[in-house]
Design a binder for this molecule. Structure first.
Ligand SMILES: CC(C)(COP(=O)(O)OP(=O)(O)OC[C@H]1O[C@@H](n2cnc3c(N)ncnc32)[C@H](O)[C@@H]1OP(=O)(O)O)[C@@H](O)C(=O)NCCC(=O)NCCS
Length: 360
């Protein structure tokens, strides 16, 4: 009844219609409007420009029932948008930013396999297949806490609700507060000069890969994880500085010792309703240098680079609520807990569960 295929440029106008439908479905719960132009879609989703780090992939579900009236005007009934994320223990991951199936097809096709399997499940399985064949072991998704249908689909497929299971919240910042953060590199005495004479915040270069690995280990320890499980220097070299770069790193250098004493790791994301965004996966400042504006400066640098140079519309990250000091820091710099305010949940599927999903 339907096929899943890679989207191409000629799908853009139908995709836009689907974005509008997705938007109106959500409107009773969250206020949002599609801000993405056809040009942005084309440039980020369907061009071969390898210098554009916001590239994403889209799969569409297309009816192959030629007799349907609907087919002639709207043969696309859903889409999934995804790109790469990064984990310091697993390397590349897949990040699903958007998953949508038209309401009339959701209820008919997502609920069981009697009519050949649901569209939502088929999308998730197709993306999982892409992950598994690329050697990726982790797929991340998000969904609103009120979306019972999607949540029960996720559950049935072994996808874990990290927000419920581990109290992992999604934080973010947009609009004017994001611009303010981008321009705020001052320590907590308001002394910009003092901060600048002590630290330099800069984009990492490949020479920093050993120091980055050491900081990954420190972050792992902070997070009660085995520091020896972090990715190798070779992986950092390839994924952080290679031709197919997946993550970007901003470092904090101590001017006197020249040591790297903090970092922020981030990667680009793209959603149908917000366009370009940035996800910060890790932020870390060595304990002895905390409290002098370094954490804020690292985040400011990520957002400055992305918001001003990359024309990003949002900046987001996640945090376990048990890190109460970190949550207080995020709130202090103007971030919003999107789990609290918008009911955003974070989902994840790993290893064998991902393989099983890819085989459905
Ligand atoms: C979170 C972290 C990066 C913050 O870095 P930092 O250099 O200590 O923070 P800053 O000095 O930039 O603080 C910025 C503002 O937040 C405030 N702040 C920092 N920690 C705070 C806390 N625990 N409670 C309340 N406010 C806090 C500072 O006072 C400062 O406020 P002001 O300048 O507006 O007066 C750092 O503490 C860290 O590396 N923690 C361990 C790793 C971690 O939690 N990473 C994030 C995982 S999700």
């Amino acid at each position: 009844m339907f096929i899943i295929r890679e989207a191409n440029k000629s799908d853009i106008s139908q995709l836009r219609q689907l974005f509008e439908c997705s938007d109106s479905d959500h409107r009773s719960h969250v206020s949002r409007t599609v801000v993405v132009s056809d040009e942005q879609l084309e440039n980020n989703g369907f061009s071969n420009d390898n210098t554009n780090k916001w590239q994403f992939r889209t799969l569409v579900a297309q009816l192959n029932d030629n007799n349907s009236d609907y087919y002639r005007q709207h043969s696309l009934i859903g889409y999934v948008i995804y790109s790469n994320g990064y984990s310091m223990s697993r390397g590349k991951s897949i990040l699903i930013e958007d998953l949508y199936v038209l309401d009339e097809y959701t209820n008919k096709l997502d609920t069981g396999a009697s009519d050949g399997g649901g569209v939502g499940q088929a999308f998730l399985s197709a993306v999982a297949k892409h992950a598994v064949t690329s050697g990726i072991t982790c797929m991340e998704l998000s969904c609103f806490g009120w979306d019972d249908h999607l949540i029960s689909l996720f559950k049935s497929l072994g996808i874990i609700d990290e927000t419920i299971e581990m109290s992992y919240h999604r934080f973010g910042i947009t609009g004017e507060p994001m611009k303010q953060l981008a321009n705020s590199v001052i320590d907590n005495n308001g002394d910009n000069e003092k901060f600048k004479s002590t630290f330099t915040v800069q984009n990492a270069t490949v020479e920093d890969r050993y120091a980055i690995r050491d900081l990954f280990k420190k972050f792992a320890e902070f997070n009660n994880r085995d520091p020896e499980t972090v990715v190798s220097v070779e992986q950092i070299d390839r994924d952080g500085f290679g031709e197919r770069q997946v993550f970007w790193t901003v470092i904090l250098r101590h001017n006197t010792s020249r040591q790297i004493v903090g970092f922020a790791l981030y990667y680009p994301t793209f959603t149908s309703f917000n366009g370009r965004g940035v996800c910060m996966e890790y932020l870390y400042v060595c304990p002895e240098f905390r409290g002098s504006g370094a954490g804020r400066a690292l985040m400011a640098s990520v957002v400055n680079e992305s918001a001003n140079n990359g024309q990003c519309n949002y900046f987001r990250w996640g945090c376990f609520m048990r890190f109460t000091d970190t949550v207080a820091f995020y709130k202090r710099i103007g971030a919003i807990d999107w789990t609290e305010t918008k009911n955003v949940h974070n989902f994840v599927i790993y290893d064998n569960d991902l393989i099983q999903l890819s085989q459905l």
